[in-house]
Design a protein around this ligand. Structure first.
Ligand code: NAP
Length: 356
């Protein structure tokens, strides 16, 4: 059996960090060997630093691992980062500069021109940016790959097969986002009980900008953003996990509801061909029931890695409308990053630390 790659988790005690630990337990390619978090947690064993909030017990293998500062060196070859964006930039760059592969959830580098904003099903060819990144940043064997914001990922995935077949000109997306998207403890209970909050800091801007980068094409070693207009409005709702978006699209070529449904449900891509461990067999599941998708019923589809789309109908202002839903801490965060790392291994893209 091949030796597992040793990985570290930055922000290991948080909402996304705990998901990483859960998803990496018994992973066939990765073994968690290092953890890092804030100075509140540093120096403690993981079980003492982390209030475990996922169902089931904290995996035995990480209980006694010490929590370190998020700075190199750490005993690993690759770091998954779920640090707050304010600290991510310095920490992630330091790891990449020290020769580590950095697979980040945070927004710090997502929109940098030389950093892939990767969804393996959608834009695996954007990994070509790593060559530019190595040159422009003078990285000696390390690199940074990011995954999108938790709402962007489901929008970009739902748009990708529609854009490929019919061309998307305009998009209007209205989100209803789960509480776990705000980390722990997140939104105060008295602010969200019996309520909807129509503001999530920088979320609308992220959805609009990231979608264009993800759906853009490689041209002369850079990503040329997709030529569509995207408008997003984001809301926090009283749901624990699972972000939903009501989406309207204007297309460049004529289509029927059945055509959209077929484009979405038949869509397969490189992760499915390569049978990557975290890749769902069906990246987009189309539900025909009139009242689906729903967060409680659909967020765990494809072990949390499938996007569920329903209510595809003609729209009297744009061409079509539909509702998309995905698990925000799995496909929207930790699962997305793990899938990115699996793709890098499959493509034989390794950091310098792997050679040690
Ligand atoms: P969270 O629950 O608040 O966890 C934050 C983590 O970062 C904890 O491990 C915390 O450690 C650590 N941390 C905080 N301040 C730090 C500092 N100054 N230095 C080092 N470590 C520090 O947040 P989260 O929801 O997991 O989000 C983490 C990142 O992922 C953010 O960038 C967020 O935007 C992104 N993200 C989140 C989601 C989601 O659905 N939640 C989805 C996509 C992306 P301590 O426990 O020691 O304080």
């Amino acid at each position: 059996m091949n030796k597992k790659m040793r990985v570290g988790i930055l922000g290991a005690t948080g909402t996304v960090g705990q998901r990483f630990i859960q998803l990496l337990e018994d992973h066939p390619q990765f073994e968690v060997t290092a953890l890092a978090a804030s100075d509140r947690s540093q120096g403690k064993p993981y079980h003492a630093a982390c209030a475990w909030r996922l169902p089931g017990e904290m995996p035995e293998s990480v209980r006694s691992l010490p929590v370190n500062a998020p700075q190199p060196p750490l005993d690993c070859e690759l770091v998954f980062s779920s640090l707050p964006s304010g600290v991510a930039r310095e920490a992630e760059e330091a790891f990449a500069r020290a020769g580590y592969a950095v697979i980040s959830n945070s927004s710090a580098f997502r929109m940098d021109e030389d950093v892939p904003l990767l969804i393996p099903e959608v834009n695996h060819e954007h990994l070509a940016l790593l060559e530019t990144q190595r040159k422009t940043r003078n990285f000696d064997g390390g690199f940074i790959v990011t995954n999108p914001n938790c709402s962007t990922v489901m929008l970009a995935m739902a748009l990708a097969p529609i854009h490929a077949r019919f061309g998307v000109e305009q998009v209007i997306a209205t989100t209803m986002q789960a509480l776990s998207g705000a980390g722990y403890p997140g939104v105060a209970s008295l602010d969200i009980a019996d309520n909807v909050v129509p503001f999530i800091e920088s979320e609308e801007e992220k959805m609009e900008a990231e979608t264009l980068k993800i759906l853009g094409r490689m041209s002369d070693s850079r990503v040329e953003g997709a030529g569509m207009q995207v408008s997003a409005q984001c809301h926090r709702v009283n749901v624990t996990d699972g972000h939903m978006a009501a989406v309207r699209v204007k297309l460049s070529r004529p289509a029927q509801v059945e055509d959209l449904s077929d484009a979405l449900s038949s869509w397969r891509s490189l992760p499915q061909e390569l049978r990557l461990h975290s890749a769902p067999s069906q990246p987009i599941i189309v539900r025909q029931e009139k009242d689906r998708p729903q967060p409680r019923l659909d967020r765990d589809a494809g072990r949390g890695m499938s996007v569920t789309v329903g209510r595809i109908r003609p729209d009297s202002v744009m061409d079509f409308r539909f509702v998309a839903l995905s698990h925000n801490t799995i496909r929207g965060a930790a699962g997305a990053a793990v899938l990115n790392a699996e793709l890098l291994i499959a493509k034989n893209i390794h950091a310098k630390t792997s050679a040690k």
